[in-house]
Design a binder for this molecule. Structure first.
Ligand code: GUN
Length: 299
C-alpha cells in the first residue's frame, strides 16, 4: 500500500539533507581546501548511546567528512574529559564537537558543555548558542528542533500567524523548538506537566510538536482537522499482541487517530529520528564554513 499523503517521510527528507551536505562537502574541499571534521566523544557504555554514536560516525564518513570518535571509560574523571574537549577545541581539523549525553553521574554535564568552544558546539547546547537563539543571533541550533522546523516549513511553507503548541519544555528540544517557531512568526504555547487544560490547548493549535517522552500522551482526537503534527517522542512499549515479550516503538502522539485529523504528521519510527543526525551533519558544515569565513549558503 502506498504511504498516505499526509504522512511526512522523515527518512526520505533526511536522505535529501544528507545529499545536500555531501555536495557542500565536495565544494568545500575543491574550492576552499576545507574538509569538515566532526569529533564525537562518548563516556561509558550506555547501549543506546553506542547505537547513536555508531550511526553518527558512519553517516559522517558517508558524506565525505573527517570523523573522529573517542570512547572513554565510564570511570573517566571530569577533568580528563574537559582536557579532551580543550584539545578538540584547539584542533583546526575539527569543526564540530559532540559529547554524547547522558554522561556518567559523577560528571557535571553543564560544566563539560560549557567547555566546548561555542562555534564548535554542533549540538547547540552551550549557553552562548541558547542565548543567541533566544535573541535572534547567529548561533548553532540544536539538531532535533532544526530538523522539526525544516519539515514544518517544507510541508506548510510560511508559518506566519499560525498557532503552535510545543508539548514539553526540555532544554534540548522543547525550549529551542518554541524559539524557532517564534522566529518563524508563530503564536507559541509551551505546555508542560502543570498545564491545566492540555486537550484544550492542543485542540486550538495549527502546529503540534510533542516532545515529552511519554507514550501516546497526546490523544489523536485532540488534533484539529488540518493541523501539522511533529512527534519527537520515541518510546518503547510492551506489545503482547505481537507475542510474548515483544515490544514496539510509539511516539508521544496517538498516531492512528491523529493521522485521521492531521494534514501532515510524522510517524515513529521514520519521522523526526532520521532528521536529527542529518541536521548534525548540516550543522558541522555550517560550523566549518563559519570557522573559515565562508558563507554556508554559498556551498
Ligand atoms: N543523546 C541523545 N541525543 C543526543 C544528542 O542529540 N546530542 C548529544 N550530545 N547527546 C545525545
Amino acid at each position: 500500500m502506498d504511504t498516505p499523503s499526509n504522512i511526512i517521510d522523515g527518512k526520505a527528507f533526511a536522505a535529501r539533507v544528507r545529499a545536500d551536505v555531501a555536495k557542500s562537502v565536495v565544494t568545500l574541499k575543491a574550492d576552499h581546501g576545507v574538509t569538515p571534521g566532526l569529533a564525537v566523544v562518548v563516556v561509558g557504555e550506555d547501549p543506546a548511546s553506542q547505537v547513536y554514536v555508531r550511526n553518527k560516525v558512519k553517516q559522517t564518513a558517508e558524506v565525505g567528512m573527517h570523523s573522529i570518535h573517542h570512547e572513554l571509560p565510564a570511570e573517566t574523571a571530569q577533568e580528563a574529559l574537559v582536557t579532551k574537549v580543550r584539545e578538540l577545541n584547539a584542533d583546526p581539523a575539527i569543526h564540530g564537537i559532540l559529547v554524547q549525553l547522558p554522561l556518567p553521574a559523577h560528571i557535571d554535564e553543564a560544566a563539560v558543555i560549557e567547555t566546548i568552544a561555542p562555534e564548535k558546539d554542533v549540538d547547540g547546547f552551550h549557553v552562548v548558542n541558547t542565548g543567541l537563539l533566544a535573541t535572534g543571533g547567529r548561533g548553532m541550533v540544536p539538531c532535533t528542533p532544526l530538523g522539526c522546523i525544516m519539515m514544518l516549513k517544507d510541508c506548510l511553507g510560511d508559518l506566519s500567524g499560525k498557532k503552535a503548541i510545543v508539548v514539553g519544555r526540555s532544554n534540548i528540544v522543547g525550549k529551542p523548538m518554541a524559539q524557532l517557531l517564534l522566529d518563524a512568526n508563530c503564536t507559541v504555547t509551551i505546555a508542560h506537566s502543570r498545564t491545566r487544560d492540555l486537550a484544550g490547548e492542543v485542540r486550538a493549535a495549527d502546529i503540534v510538536v510533542a516532545a515529552v517522552g511519554r507514550p501516546e500522551m497526546v490523544k489523536g482526537d485532540w488534533i484539529k482537522n488540518g493541523a501539522a503534527v511533529i512527534d519527537v517522542g520515541i518510546n518503547r512499549i510492551d506489545a503482547p499482541e505481537r507475542g510474548e515479550g515483544k515490544t514496539r516503538l510509539v511516539g508521544d502522539v496517538e498516531f492512528e487517530t491523529a493521522a485521521k485529523h492531521a494534514a501532515a504528521i510524522t510517524p515513529v519510527p521514520g519521522g523526526v529520528g532520521p532528521m536529527t543526525i542529518a541536521c548534525l551533519l548540516k550543522n558541522t558544515v555550517t560550523a566549518a564554513c563559519r570557522q573559515n569565513n565562508i558563507d554556508p549558503d554559498s556551498v
